[in-house]
Design a protein around this ligand. Structure first.
Ligand code: HEC
Ligand code: HEC
Length: 214
């Protein structure tokens, strides 16, 4: 007797995790290839740029340090799969998105409502978790795009979930799934700065005209 279908799925997921951990740990050292910046500048650091358009672009470049950090990028993939780790390798085990016509396994089978620290040997020290864990839709895909293109796409209400600039700022500054990137669990480097600092930069970008890098 194996209880509810849900507990069977959960049990299977854990077996898969243990298996992946074992396989992954036999890979030669997947060291961090890109020591990402860990600090963010303040809006005040950009006041010396007197031309507002140039100032706005420079501020967006700073916001880009957050957007292109692996903690955000891994969930905003352009292809079929999310990615993992600072080297953004394809998610293990392989999973696909429903949007491209594939069967999408429920993330919550493995990603629960909170980060879970592991105690057994694996290449990763924790499994990320959040109640709304899931793929960003393809219209919000960032991987493989220039920062200018990400910026234009972010501003496009047809693509960004119908958000005006104020709603976009609110999302970056307060959404708790975005906030996960600064509390990503054992063994994962947080996004640079803080969620509050990122929110302040987005506000300063809007106040200077919300210009996009070319
Ligand atoms: C069978 C288990 C399993 C399922 C199902 C699963 N994941 Fe994962 N996922 C993991 C494990 C384990 C890790 C941690 C691995 C690591 O950090 O190397 C992980 C890590 C991730 C990461 C990397 C976070 C980071 O910044 O490194 C992303 C993104 C992710 N999963 C997205 C998803 C999405 C989206 C779904 C659902 C469509 C999903 N996962 C379904 C097991 C799973
Ligand atoms: C666990 C996966 C996940 C992580 C991690 C994640 N996002 Fe997202 N993101 C999503 C999903 C899902 C949506 C779509 C949901 C919605 O529109 O509310 C989204 C939407 C967005 C949007 C809406 C507009 C658009 O066009 O993208 C912004 C802005 C955003 N995320 C910023 C971030 C930032 C900044 C980070 C890192 C600090 C981040 N996200 C990390 C899953 C993620």
């Amino acid at each position: 007797m194996i209880g509810t279908p849900q507990s069977a799925v959960r049990a299977l997921s854990l077996v898969v995790i243990a298996f992946v951990g074992a396989v992954a740990s036999s890979r030669p050292g997947a060291a961090d290839p890109s020591p990402a910046a860990s600090v963010l500048k303040n809006p005040a650091d950009f006041l010396s740029i007197s031309n507002p358009t140039e100032r706005s672009r420079a501020i967006f470049n700073e916001i880009g340090k957050v957007l292109t950090n692996p903690r955000c990028m891994n969930c905003h993939p352009a292809g079929d799969h999310p990615t993992q780790g600072d080297d953004r390798h394809e998610h293990m085990p392989p999973i696909w998105r429903a949007e491209t016509g594939h069967v999408e396994v429920s993330c919550s089978g493995c990603h629960t409502t909170h980060n879970i620290t592991l105690h057994e040997a694996a290449t990763y020290r924790s499994i990320p978790g959040h109640p709304r864990w899931g793929f960003a839709p393809l219209s919000m895909a960032w991987q493989g795009k220039s920062l200018g293109d990400i910026c234009r796409q972010l501003k496009d209400v047809q693509l960004n979930g119908g958000r005006d600039l104020a709603a976009l700022q609110e999302h970056v500054a307060r959404d708790d799934l975005v906030g996960w990137a600064w509390t990503p669990g054992e063994g994962r480097k947080p996004a640079p700065g803080s969620q509050q600092a990122a929110g302040e930069l987005v506000q300063a970008w809007i106040d200077s005209g919300a210009e996009c890098p070319r």
